[in-house]
Design a protein around this ligand. Sequence first.
Ligand code: C2E
Ligand code: MG
Ligand code: MG
Length: 738
Amino acid sequence: MVGQCNDKVLLNALTKLSTSFSTLKGEDYYESICRYVIENFGFEYSFVAKMDESASGMNVVSGWAKDKPMTTFNYTIKGTPCENAIAYDFIVYPNGIQKEFPKDIFLKKMNIEAYAGIVISNKDQEPIGIFAAISSKPIDNSKLTESILKLYSGFISSEMQRYSVEQRTDDLKSIAYYDPLTKLPNRLLITDRIRRAIANQKKDKKIVAICLMDLDGFKDVNDSLGHDAGDYVLVAVSRRIENIIRPEDTLARLGGDEFVIVLTDIDTSEHAAKVLQRILNSVASQYSYKHKLINSISASIGVSIYPEDDSDDDTLIRHADQAMYKAKENGKNQFYFFDTKEHVKVKANFKALKKIEKAIENGEFELYFQPKLSAYNLQIESLEVLSRWNHPVLGVLAPNEFLPLIENDELIYKFDEWVVRESLLSMQKFKKNDIDISLAVNISPKQFQQNTFAQKIKEIAADMDIDYSYFHNMEIEITENSALESITHTNQTIQELNKLGISFALDDFGTGYSSLTHLKELNINTIKIDRSFVSDMLQNSHDMAIVNAIISLSKVFQIEVVAEGAESIEELLMLLDFGCDSVQGYTIAKPMDYDNFVKYIKSYTPDPRLRIVSKNLPRRGDFELLLAESNHKYWMELVVDSIRRRNLEEAPHLSHETCRLGKWLKNNGKKYFSKLDSFNELVVIHKTIHKEVNIIMDLLEKNGYDNSEIYIEKIITLKDELISVIKKLKKEYSKDKR
Ligand code: C2E
Ligand code: MG
Ligand code: MG
């Protein structure tokens, strides 16, 4: 077609520019023009080249070679026809070109005959490139060729300028939005991608997984093999992940060894988990850098799932980051899903804590009092202090509504301190009201485990200027588990506070991990059988056996036993019959506020039905006294025998304070029998026995066994006297009960 010249041809060429080529850009645009030139004007090769910065070289950026796109290449302008095209703006060599430019090896190699070239200029008319068409056949219509090339060169030059601005903008954008090392989107771009993924989710109802990945072992690679090796790993990790995720997903590098993966178009978190497992496996496979194998890399990934976690892009990344730390904590090379429910709880908890703190300050808490019935006289001798929150909207709230929220927080210290102070104040008020009663105060495990606990109690007492005698009426209830956390600490604290007169009870006994050994080791005075055993006791023989066993156990260790949760008279009767020292429960009375408690105690009379069992009471007192009595008799008989056998070593030396009867007299004897006349008689005779026996043994040791029969007689008389006083005491006691 070379040689034809008419307006129609030009018009066609122009139409092409404004239609088919109009949507193309840069290299694609040039290529289409070159192709059009070749297919319509008989050339074999056509190309667009850009002048390099030195102006001495050309980079072919696009072109068409016979029937396919031209591969790009660079050449030096000097000695080529292009040199003249630039010099003259346009040049055409219709034939014999090789002779004109003998040094141009391309012309020779491609067996070129004709050449037409036109300069591409910028808006300042400076050359920036060239547009050329070449042929192995001579050109017979140079005019048409010139017209065509001129027509196109104008368009090519404006596109070249426009495109270079766009590219520069792209470069700038790329610096702003892409990580130069891995070429991945950076932090700026990823938030935009997450926002878009969230917007799409709203349309397609799928879920979006925002995964924050941090490499494990990356620092070691950097430190041992250098930063180049580190960079290599980062790029390799990026490529591996890109091969696993789909084009619609996004992988971004936040910096350092932190990446974000946004998985879209997934239905469930299990689906995300599968992809993440593949990523973990892939990242943890070995790397080879400069013939060195790297095996120490793996990844920890934290995941937040939208819309389950209905947060904004920044928060979703932050939540994924928190979950990532969990994955690290749990041993690395794994993923961990952010726990939305847990988070909501923590947030709610924080709010609740603030409210409770305010409520303490506003005086919204109040102490309630629940009586404990003493098995020995069926009177109310003690009570348990229980806290209530008078919530302005919700009404009176029980501890299970607020304690779980604060018991692991520092706020519990403030709360416990309030309870102790308030209890001491109540004691003063009771005293003023002529109510002689012991208070059992609950202390939280966290507070009790503080090394400073005993000190704190003393500080409170000092601050309140409280009379220390009040402490003799105070018992502190600690839970089994908190007592066992450190037996040494527990015993030290108990001992220190025992000195003030405070006694200790082990609460909720049976629910923790106490064993017989522990009970022996702990210096506690009382155990409280947990309500759960008591409430089921009548229906469940196991529970009944447990209650019975705990009571027997407490007798062996000489520990007082309280049962809580007696809701019916039958339960109460049974507990008394088993030998409980005291009982607490709704059947006696529910916890009540101060005023109601005062009214209650002032008008208290024992339930007449309790008289049935009270006749047999006190089981425990009888038992202990029996044990002490027989123990003492046995010891005295041993002394007599050892004298008869003339071997005093066979009988132990016992003091009136440390023998079993002596202990009983000091503790439960004093507590429950001291009102009886014969009790003092017993104290006196008991003391006399020990004194006399000691004198006799000393005399025998010093003077020999000559008068031993007189001494034996004396001891037997004392023993009989003791037995008769004990008999009298028991008689008096049962009379007193009726
Ligand atoms: P706890 O120390 O074992 O107290 C006994 C609980 O059993 C009390 O519940 C009491 O009201 C309840 N109770 C007593 N008799 C019966 C009964 O016959 N039937 C039923 N169903 N329940 C009975 P409350 O007052 O709700 O206290 C629950 C727990 O909260 C207490 O258990 C104690 O561990 C803790 N607590 C209560 N007040 C305080 C306090 O001031 N400080 C601390 N640190 N803990 C407290
Ligand atoms: Mg308690
Ligand atoms: Mg309890």
